[in-house]
Design a protein around this ligand. Sequence first.
Ligand code: IPM
Ligand code: MG
Length: 357
Amino acid sequence: MPEFKIASIPADGIGPEVIAAGIKALEAVVARNPENQFSFTHFNWGSDYYKQHGKMMPEDGLETLKGFDAIYFGAVGAPDVPDHITLWGLRLPICQGFDQYANVRPTKILPGISSPLRGVGVGDLDWVIVRENSEGEYSGHGGRAHKGMPEEVGTEVAIFTRAGVSRIMRYAFQIAASRPRKQLTVVTKSNAQRHGMVMWDEIAEEVAAEFPDVTWDKMLVDAMTVRMTLQPESLDTIVATNLHADILSDLAGALAGSIGVAPTANIDPEGRFPSMFEPIHGSAFDITGKGIANPVATFWTGAQMLEHLGLPDEAARLMDAVEEVCREGIMTPDVGGDANTEQVTDAVCEAIRAKNS
Ligand code: IPM
Ligand code: MG
């Protein structure tokens, strides 16, 4: 009997609200098959933990997480703790410590949600953004010298390695190959950045040779924003560096109607470590505790988790239920509805149970 051990780290702001909702939906979906046992273990790490202990998680946090099959993560960030502390204290150490080098961000327009783009609706925008998640502009290399002096200098070094670029290209080509259109767009900035980005392009070319079935093209990141906006239907799978994909995925979320529904998966494709699944939206302190956080992104990333754990039918059932509930207009205020988190969650769980029977 497969037993899946999930570590849940709700962390800050609306994180606990959406993770609680997500767990309800996951429990509803896996209840169908008693063969699959799921257990959730909760960790109270995050900004409150930091205020008590001076760190975002215990020293042996990663060691503890190693024993789990996946991590279900809420959000980090608090108004009274600097962002670089919350981020570098919890989320990035997990991503980098577990070599979750592939960050996968599916984006599509859900039924009932309207895109700000004129004439663009369900089916016209259906992308998977693959973000390099272990190096590039987020390598953490750099420093400050002459602190506080007029000649102060700060460097932020982007690191691109042949190993790092090859593996993310291969992963992106594989995803493209698995989708009906078999199409990949490689985002670059090799016109201005002559070293790392030129190597990025060369490696794309080399890896492309392994995937003759995939049609691929290359776009400069600035021109890519125009194409995403004016020709969304021309894109399918997209691969970009850590920072480029960070920016483009916010644009993607907005074009699909709301960043509030956008999910993300931090994957170790080799399965050496647990992968981590989270909504993109962040901690949203302005609505924390009001009970109106949109749980859809957390459901969607829950579906990514099921898929990753080898349960594609369960993943599809969860997403079908989410789409059905959106179609019915049972949505939170951020996407124009008047339902609260609990009502959306109950509706999704009910739709799952209806499919189960
Ligand atoms: C994201 C977020 C983070 C990032 C922030 C919180 C630093 O924007 O996951 O896209 O840039 O990686
Ligand atoms: Mg971002």
